[in-house]
Design a protein around this ligand. Structure first.
Ligand SMILES: [Zn+2]
Length: 57
């Protein structure tokens, strides 16, 4: 699978909607807090994924 978040090929992960997410990104996202510097970075990626899904429909 190809992770949409870190853009790397990973052997294990989950997929939701049309997006694949590796286990390490999944773990990072589920543990992230609003105070975290990466929070807004992830929100942006998630927003782009949702936009892409809207366009696909
Ligand atoms: Zn990843």
């Amino acid at each position: 699978m190809f992770c949409s978040f870190c853009n790397q090929n990973k052997s294990e992960g989950v997929s939701f909607l049309n997006v694949e997410l590796c286990n390490s990104c999944m773990e990072e996202i589920t543990n992230i807090t609003v105070e975290d510097d990466k929070y807004h970075y992830y929100i942006d990626i998630i927003k782009n994924i949702f936009k892409k899904c809207q366009l696909d429909n």
